[in-house]
Design a binder for this molecule. Sequence first.
Ligand SMILES: O=c1[nH]cnc2c1ncn2[C@@H]1O[C@H](CO)[C@@H](O)[C@H]1O
Ligand SMILES: [Zn+2]
Length: 358
Amino acid sequence: MVAIRYEDIVKVPKALLHDHLDGGLRPATIVELAAEVGHELPTTDPEGLGRWFVEAANSGSLERYLETFAHTVAVMQTAPALRRVARECALDLAADGVVYAEVRFAPEQHLERNLTLDEVVDAVVAGFAEGSALAAEAGTPIRVGTLLTAMRHAARSQEIAELAVRHRDTGVVGFDIAGAEAGFPPTRHLDAFEYLQRENFHFTIHAGEAFGLPSIWQAIQWCGADRLGHGVRIVDDITPGPPPVLGRLAAYVRDKRIPLELCPSSNVQTGAAPSIAEHPIGLLRDLRFRVTVNTDNRLMSGTSMSREMALLVEAFGYGWKELQWFTINAMKSAFIPFDERLKIIDEVIKPAYAKLLG
Ligand SMILES: O=c1[nH]cnc2c1ncn2[C@@H]1O[C@H](CO)[C@@H](O)[C@H]1O
Ligand SMILES: [Zn+2]
């Protein structure tokens, strides 16, 4: 087999479902915005700051990993700052060959300087639109959908769900809950999820990352999640083989083709997986779960979509066939309408991979 080159991974179209806006800022932008608002950073050297985020996030614990977000959220409190961060996010993803991305953030964390929730969403959506327009001009078109996240330790999920539905025709395509998982089960937000179902809206739930099967079970069977954010601990319901035996929940997730938004590097940093080579993605792919590959937080993991793909190529020997499978899985699982997903699969993804597959 011909070795896969990194620059070819960058060029090939990729689809990304799980990326946090406040986990993907450019270090130089954080330094500039922090100077404007007088926020103190661990260092004002952009390169050093980038390294600081990765090292601080390498804690082995989700709670400590999440502490690093204090420095990104602090500089995202005005409409121009939110707009800039969103614009740069779209540009960075497009430059990395991502053609479709769903990017999430928690509006309730951006109210420190008196913006309203609606103003926060408007600024971010405008930033994505600007970034996408610039990316198209640069010859790297991208479509970005916004997901609104509610923080699971807080009590604003109903309000954020209503906010998401209010903005559904102007760029918001889904809803999510995130934050510390242990002690904050999905059913705490059942009202919000039931409301979203009545509105025929889409949502994913961070579940099965820092807490195991009960979280996944609640997310799917009580709350009705369309997808699982991470969901990596579904392996706890699989008895290793040969042949591996699926428990009832794992079988349900696979049978129903529930998409798993797997984030390899992030999982290693928070201790959800021991290493990339031992990441359950290998087993889950072999068993043909609806696996997708994601970045989670590009800043905290010092990563990109291409880098996550390259790490999997190296660890599992994947070729273009597997990378296409991940990409089509993601595109099939996106929250935009079916006909629009199909168009990207048929007109953008398949023709590009066909050339590489020969
Ligand atoms: O992997 C994760 N698991 C749980 N919560 C997360 C993860 N990454 C980021 N956030 C949380 O989501 C918020 C909105 O984007 C971030 O501020 C962070 O607290
Ligand atoms: Zn996440």
